[in-house]
Design a protein around this ligand. Structure first.
Ligand code: ZN
Length: 253
């Protein structure tokens, strides 16, 4: 842990709360919230939007970082919270992304989304927990993955981890979107393509849908494979965050 992180921990209140510094309202400045190894940079529009919705960046971060830290040895991780409708998922008004090179997390909000308050209340914690699992895997583990198999397992681990960090909330909907015969068909395609390196277009095909694959195929298959593996082996997605995808894949393909 760096000297800076130690100083930030010491700066926390006695009740463990973080001390956020809001952005200067007259500019596009960035507000900062630090909690342990996680530092969130919240742009002025996002900060104002969250406050309008009755939330505070400090509380949102605390509600996620504490349960995640109890399960994952988080490294120093940067989280950018921004108003960026183009990066939010249409039906939720909120989206998460982790830079596969730097491990920096981005949470994007759509300020035009009508039910954003409900989305933030129901999704923000699980979405950020999912991305923080990615961040640790990228920063200290085998990385996000380059093949279809590696990407699907990385997503599955993050989605199973969400259910470990927030056991009362259930999995993210993309993780359980497909089941039965539909998931069996996805698995048939997966066996053919598991070692392929697709780059960005292949990622879109596997996770957002294509002529051959339904939307969320990669999320639902990853969740199914990882869940079956950890249930059978008595392990957890938290403790397996740094384990290469091949360890899980060899059980199935
Ligand atoms: Zn993900």
């Amino acid at each position: 842990m760096s000297v800076l992180a130690v100083a930030l921990l010491v700066a926390c209140g006695r009740d463990g709360s973080s001390r956020g510094t809001g952005p200067d309202r007259s500019s596009k400045a960035i507000g900062t919230v630090s909690l342990g190894p996680v530092t969130a940079y919240v742009d002025a529009d996002a900060w104002r939007l969250l406050e309008e919705l009755g939330e505070t960046p400090d509380r949102l971060l605390e509600d996620v970082v504490e349960p995640v830290r109890s399960l994952l040895p988080l490294p120093e991780t940067e989280v950018v919270v921004q108003v960026a409708p183009e990066h939010a998922v249409g039906k939720y008004g909120i989206g998460g992304f982790t830079d596969p090179k730097a491990g920096r997390v981005y949470i994007s909000l759509d300020d035009g989304f009508r039910d954003l308050g409900a989305s933030i209340e129901g999704l923000f914690d699980r979405l950020l927990a999912h991305e923080l699992h990615h961040a640790l895997r990228i920063i200290e583990g085998p990385g996000y993955g380059k093949t279809v198999g590696e990407e699907v397992i990385t997503e599955g681990l993050a989605d199973v981890f969400v259910t470990e960090a927030f056991p009362d909330e259930g999995p993210l909907s993309v993780a359980v979107d497909l089941s039965g015969a539909e998931l069996d068909e996805v698995f048939r395609v997966f066996r053919r393509e598991v070692d392929r390196r697709y780059g960005r277009s292949g990622h879109a095909r596997w996770f957002y849908g294509s002529a051959e694959l339904p939307p969320n195929a990669g999320y639902s298959l990853g969740f199914d494979l990882v869940k079956r593996y950890i249930d059978e082996k008595g392990r957890s997605a938290g403790e397996m965050v740094l384990v290469p995808a091949g360890v899980i894949l060899e059980e199935f393909v």
